[in-house]
Design a binder for this molecule. Structure first.
Ligand code: AKG
Length: 200
């Protein structure tokens, strides 16, 4: 396990071993059953290429009228609870008593990507965002605190965990592409990313 620091992003390579990764996937199955993945629309028109869902008190949501947190799934049901295994990673890495109120689950299929953006729909940026990678490798790009400028990229592999706090909390980041079927963790391939957020 190695810990890297790039532009304030704390990157814990290999934080979760294969047993822990498999246990997390098992814990996420009931979440995906209760709150199926959906393809969010985006304000300017069109749809995101990732599919997503959430667990926790709030779920992140986007449609033609904007980005926000919602207290129920688009089909109307409450979001399921955040699995304990996920919460314990938050506690181990942040040491905080406060729990995250949202665990956003992004699923990247073969051609999915996520453009450079800031996570800024939360009320208090003094709390970090913790991001867990599972499945196929993803090329993660880190930019600056405003749009533009030079960027740096790193491949995130299954089991890597990134903590975005301090100067990294409002730094632009995104995923350019995945290496489809580079991992055998998910039977059908693809990449799952979990981001844990304190919302209120
Ligand atoms: O998939 C990732 O590694 C990043 C996800 C992300 O940036 C987000 O959900 O805001």
């Amino acid at each position: 396990m190695a810990k890297l620091r790039i532009r304030g992003f704390e990157i814990h390579k290999g934080y979760l071993d294969l047993t822990a990764q498999r246990a997390l996937i098992d814990a996420l199955r009931p979440v995906l059953k209760a709150a199926p993945l959906f393809s969010p629309s985006v304000p300017g028109g069109g749809q995101m290429s990732v599919r997503m869902t959430s667990s926790g008190q709030f779920g992140w949501y986007s449609d033609a009228s904007g980005y926000r947190y919602a207290d129920s799934h688009p089909k109307g049901q409450a979001w399921p609870e955040i699995p304990d295994q996920v919460l314990s990673i938050w506690r181990q890495l942040t040491g905080l008593d406060r729990q995250p109120e949202c665990c956003l689950l992004n699923y990247y299929g073969q051609d999915a990507k996520m453009g450079l953006h800031q996570d800024k729909d939360e009320a208090d940026f003094s709390y970090p965002v913790v991001s867990i990678s599972l499945g196929d490798d993803g090329l993660y790009r880190m930019g600056n605190q405003s749009r533009g400028g030079k960027t740096e990229s790193i491949w995130l592999n299954s089991g890597d965990v990134v903590v975005m706090g301090g100067e990294a909390r409002l730094t632009y980041h995104g995923v350019d592409r995945i290496r489809y079927k580079s991992s055998r963790l998910l039977p059908k391939g693809g990449r799952i990313n979990l981001t844990l957020r304190v919302v209120t």
